[in-house]
Design a binder for this molecule. Sequence first.
Ligand code: B3K
Ligand code: ZN
Length: 887
Amino acid sequence: MQKEAAALVRLEEYRPTDYAIDTVALDFSLAPTATRVTARLELRRRAEDGPPPALVLDGDGLKLVSISLDGRRLSAEEYEASPDRLTITNPPSSPFRLETVTEIDPDNNTALMGLYRSSGVYTTQCEAEGFRRITYFYDRPDVLSVYTVRIEAPAAEAPVLLSNGNLTESGPLAGTGRHYAVWHDPFPKPSYLFALVAGDLGAIHDIFVTASGRRVRLAIYCEHGKEERCRYAMDALKRSMRWDEEVFGREYDLDVFNIVAVSDFNMGAMENKGLNVFNDKYVLVDPETGTDSDYAHVEGVIAHEYFHNWTGNRITCRDWFQLCLKEGLTVFRDEEFSADMRSRPVKRIADVIGLRQAQFPEDAGPLAHPVRPTAYREINNFYTATVYIKGAEICRMLKTLLGEEGFRAGMDLYFERHDGGAVTIEDFVECFAEATGEDLSQFSLWYHQAGTPKVTMRHRFDEAAGTLSLSLKQELPETPDKKPKKPMLLPLAFGLVGPDGQDLSFTSTEGAEDLADAGKALERGLILLGADAAELTFTGLKARAVPSVLRGFSAPIQLEGDLSADDLFFLARQDGDPFNRWEALQGLARRAIAEGYRARRAGDVPRFDPRLAAAFGELAENEAFDPAFRALALALPSEGEMAQILASDVDPDALHDARDALAAEIGRISGARIEAASRRAMPEAVYSPDAENAGRRAFAHAAWRYRVAAGEDGAFLTEAFAKAENLTVRSAALAVLVHARLAGAEEALAAFYERYRDNPLVLDKWFSVQATRPGHDTLEVVAALTESPAFSWKTPNRVYSLVRAFGGANLTAFHRPDGAGYRFLADAIVKLDGQNPSVASRLATCFRSYRLFEAERREKAEAVLKSLAGRDNLSRDVSDILTRTLA
Ligand code: B3K
Ligand code: ZN
């Protein structure tokens, strides 16, 4: 059936609101199914002349109880109220006060947007357009108001009453069993940053003294009994606050900073002013219930939300097209924070793995969009890897281009000029251009052109002449917008590696005129490729040089070089840039898997260059690298990454076999060396989540995988599982047992379940490890697990850990040839869409790469998608994803 498509919102149609809302007084009388919200808005016309236009406010499913203007009840002719809109036909021309009362139902708010109640706790989520589910408002980021919020609730049910800003008043309401609190936030903010939390919660408290000596009271709220699991998050918060002062000169501004951990939450966390609300997954950790990577995530997400206080809250977005203004920049800031707290090279490699896994496929598929899009149907669908991670890469490139000082000068100007504003990407870039005098117009294309640029590099070394010539070419792939593309400015960090591993110096370059700002940039080790193609020759080289290009992954591109296997083996051993050392070995592994895959499809047995397995062994033994680096380097490129590289007609079974075959060979040839090296790098006996010890554990677990790949049985894992004294070791052993289908896997799964049956967050790992087990029959396991008493379709974390892990990270099972994986996911989407469209549409993105696969699978996926898209009553979220995926 033909449905009416949701309206397209376009950037070019942006215009400010007719009225400003200077202050907002909200009064909440909380009740599970009938909460009353009284909103008093002080409105003022922005224009001074002409008759006052109608006031049109946003709503979403609202029920209006009463309405008055300047204290007078409005008659039915004076306004129009529908669930989705409130219109005051003839507002006064002088400033006026509008008071509305709406009634909402937090208990039955299963979309988890607006005000909802779960596990007895009232919580809000307003970004992007949830505030309109609470009261009628200009629910858009460019309307900034000062909020005062009064909350009233039964004291026994909700002893804790929180909102944004500082607490100004609280107390009992005599004789009613109810109590109240009043919060005032002096910083004008958009509605998406409003928050309220009320319930019976435990807490831990601390104090942070800012650089200028102000005392800030910190608290983290959680379910009673889980307080001790908040300690690491508190520590991470204090480190984040200090770091932002030291690195960006940014101090916290309110008297209190509160964080609340809730168990039903659509995303990771939310940066509401002074009251961050978190998915408890990113707050609660201790050695028994959190893994090393959980600790790292908690640290990163706590930092991210805290950093939003300046990049997002003090300076916000003019409209939702500018989402990367706050998200890209804040991800960049949290990446830098984690790099400073941990190992910088390891963090960079981990981030690039994430970029390739999450963003490259998006950029290469039907959902590709520019970092700063120009149109959307459903803004919720634009909280993407492109906006977040590629957005962060743009900030990183800015820093690379402008240098540490230039970047900081631009940031300082941005904070100074735009504090208190709602601004655009152009405003942001302009600050860097002005602070440094650089022309950033070509660079800005990174915000506007979708797709991952591809750079081809050819090189020629002339020993007699002492020259090395590079020929570089950039290509910009076609993306769904079909727009013609201009060449971009690509900062390619490089070095010319001499035989002893030291970078060689060169006396001059020829042909560099094709490069941007060549002289200065080349001296700083940067090739600035701004043209379609460029040739340049380095002269005066005293020895043979191997070019190491894209060091530190200085631009989010796909680089295809012509380095021989010999050169890559050399770089893997000798490159002074740790990122490119890692990348050289990965490049060799990618080539090997791709060749193995082709052999497999041709019915042959994959064969590999034996030097590759030896290189893995050698790297494992190289104590110049910390164990975390070695652990990362031992991990083969994922099936997902390989599918992107193979690019079309992919058979996931053959790919899986080829990758397994390479792992088996590395295990056979170097497994013992890797194992011995990992034993020399044992973690301390008492668990500590720090990066060094976490790296040692990761190294040991990488060694386990190679032992198993080489054919060893699971006895040693069963033992490790039984003896484990922390969740990191326990769940790593479980994962290898289950994924390799070893004897002992079922028993370990059962023991894990028993141990954690009352801890849903830990059971999420139990769901995920089963959902990601390779093999067609995993579908039946996943389907059965949806019936498990521990599973619930209502809690996003459960759905993500089981259904999304299956659809997003299990190529062989989700894409099984009979299409049953696709049908299972489609059924899940239908089941969820009526209750929680955000979660449903996230599941729908699992189909984004379906066109990569061979015809049989591709056709089945397409048929499933078409039948899904043809259903009635799909949410705007899901139908938007489906329409774009099928376009
Ligand atoms: N700003 C929120 C994301 C809100 C998502 C709304 N669908 C979390 C963050 O990026 O910090
Ligand atoms: Zn964010």
